[in-house]
Design a protein around this ligand. Sequence first.
Ligand code: RNT
Ligand code: ZN
Length: 411
Amino acid sequence: MTYETARAIFAEWDVDTELAIDRLRPIAISIHCWQGDDVTGFEAKGGMSSGGIQATGNHPGRARNPSELRADLEFALSMIPGRHRLNLHAMYMDADDAPDRDEIEYRHFASWVDWALENGLGLDFNPTFFAHAKADDNLTLSHPDKGVREFWIEHGRRTREIAARMGREIGSPVVNNVWVPDGYKDAPVDRGAARMRLEASLDAMLSDVFDRSHMLDAVESKLFGIGVEACTVGSHEFYLGYAIRKGMLLCLDMGHFHPTEDVADKLSAVALSLDAILLHVSRPMRWDSDHVILLNDDIIAVAQELVSSQLLDRTHVGLDFFDATISRTAAWVLGTRNMQKALLRALLLPLDRVKAAEAALDFTQRLAVMEEARDLPFGEVWREFCKRANVPSGQALIGELAAYQDSVSDR
Ligand code: RNT
Ligand code: ZN
């Protein structure tokens, strides 16, 4: 089937494929740097990652330094249609002087900004509150010890300064997202005190005022993690209230809720009280396992909600998965493309028609249209989108992914 035939089929459903392509093109996905090296980072330190962040596998080709990570990203980006953003963590500093987390400065990240500018990429940022001796007991901003809290407050303060400077240099606001692992393995008896300490630390950490055209603050909640099964201090309720009170972004990670909860359903609800949302699109399998996202029902539902509830303009779509059992670059490419494919599918749905049916309580029509629409030739429109962006698809893509993996497998 040609694209023109597909276009005519969609037109019969009153869907304009050209319009859908035009709407998809400017959507920048925030691609997480940490898929490239199993969340290891480039700090001059050894030791295990803590905070329940674990990549599984030892596939050959892990990026060991900033230049390898950039080369891998350049390849991945060349296989992904459109212009996107790189989401960095503070542990990805590019520095010779090995600063501790409370010593980082803009200059430690300046090379990333130069590289982003050269490649036409936006940037996002994150303080790193894990994989550090001062986070080994899974308590950071809510630690009972004031000295430990102050160390992490200083880290977070510095990341906001760095993020704001990055945003100024790049000319697009950098989302600085705060996730802390804080929690308890077994049932705490003073949850309230822990939450008050987290709140006070956040207040101190977030007190400097920055131009919102340079930097946007986000906070990320979680239900539980390995080692913090009984209580997560920064739970959903904690951060939902905090983000609303402070006018910040709320980050909804698809792996951070009970598996029967539906993040797609939450979007239009939280959007009533928030200016903007940050998404960590992920695929939890039985737990927050961070599998590479598929074009599955969960992802399609999220994309459909963003389009249907008109939230694309105020949602920052970020990815959060890491798998080291497969080619890391292929994981980036396939995951990011799946997010784009899901958005394209949503943009190609005859939504006006099903919305009208729903408003008229004609649920039969709604069901019939949605089910028949599953057979529309989305793939032809996607291939056309890739072709126009000079990006391969199908077997050509698979060949490119395999060839690049071969080229890095002796690392
Ligand atoms: C952890 C959170 C967090 C991290 C990244 C590396 O459960 O999802 O977003 O995955 O910051
Ligand atoms: Zn996340």
